[in-house]
Design a protein around this ligand. Structure first.
Ligand SMILES: C[S@@+](CC[C@H](N)C(=O)[O-])C[C@H]1O[C@@H](n2cnc3c(N)ncnc32)[C@H](O)[C@@H]1O
Length: 258
């Protein structure tokens, strides 16, 4: 993957939909990231946070407005511009650098927290990405990770086909090229549909000392519906239910501690 200075069509589409985001609408989302992290790491104005794949920049901007230190790494210059525009509306300048996680030189043992939400599915060499995140975290540092889940019944990546994530990579790529044009492969394609078990293996290989999946970190009082609360309760007690819940959940989610 590389940085494209001319916006690929998918970025243009993404910007059309997300250009005028209101940061107020993102506060709940922001808290949903920080709440599980706080169980392992205090977050203060001196905590070094990195977000990989900042999109419209709402996370680094909300950090800035709350006096938290967050750097962003983003592969799309156009999206960095959107983040700056949004920042101007709120009187905050986001600290986002242009680069591709795969070859960007991140400082070693520097960050306390790394956020990677809805980004690793787009990182072609995702294994290198995971190992780079591990190296850039301090000992005891926390990774918040969220991405695709192959056997989810719905997909945030493409809604045109039921069970889209279940398809082999080559089929998905062909479908997306037909639907969105060849340059979806430059940026926007979900190169990967992950599984909890596959990700866990790579987190272990990278060296993370604790790897907690979405059932481990779910707190019943913050689970959105009664049905989900029951699933979490049962999954925490019974192994086979946990396996089913992780297999079919709408996304993979982990907290990993270096
Ligand atoms: C679906 S958006 C998610 C944005 C944000 N994390 C959120 O949850 O709203 C994925 C973002 O990751 C960026 N991205 C994709 N591949 C990347 C890479 N290799 N290095 C850095 N950023 C990348 C994309 O340009 C896009 O802004």
């Amino acid at each position: 993957m590389k940085v494209y200075y001319e916006a690929p069509a998918d970025v243009v589409r993404y910007i059309d939909v997300h250009r005028n985001i209101a940061l107020e609408d993102k506060i709940q989302h922001f808290e949903n990231y920080l709440r599980p992290i706080r169980n392992f790491k205090e977050i203060t104005p001196t905590t070094e946070i990195l977000e990989i794949g900042t999109g419209t920049g709402w996370f680094p901007l909300l950090c800035k407005l709350r006096g938290l230190r967050c750097k962003g790494l983003e592969i799309s210059p156009q999206l960095i511009e959107v983040a700056r525009d949004t920042g101007r509306r709120y009187g905050a300048e986001p600290d986002i650098e242009l680069g591709n996680l795969e070859d960007y030189r991140l400082p070693e043992e520097f960050y306390d927290v790394v956020i990677a939400s809805s980004v690793f599915e787009h990182v072609e060499d995702w294994r290198t990405g995971i190992h780079k995140v591990y190296k850039t975290l301090k000992k005891g540092g926390v990774l918040y990770f969220e991405s695709t889940n192959k056997f989810s019944f719905t997909s945030g990546e493409y809604k045109g086909i039921p069970l889209y994530g279940w398809l082999p990579n080559s089929w998905r790529y062909a479908i997306r090229k037909r639907a969105h044009g060849e340059d979806i492969m430059k940026l926007g394609i979900d190169f990967h549909q992950f599984t909890h078990s596959g990700l866990r293996k790579e987190f272990e290989r990278a060296g993370f000392s604790r790897i907690l999946d979405r059932i481990d970190v779910a707190e019943e009082e913050h689970v959105s519906t009664g049905f989900r609360r029951n699933v979490v309760r049962l999954a925490k007690r019974f192994g086979p239910i946990r396996l089913l819940a992780l297999t079919f959940a709408e996304a993979t989610r982990f907290i990993c501690i270096r």
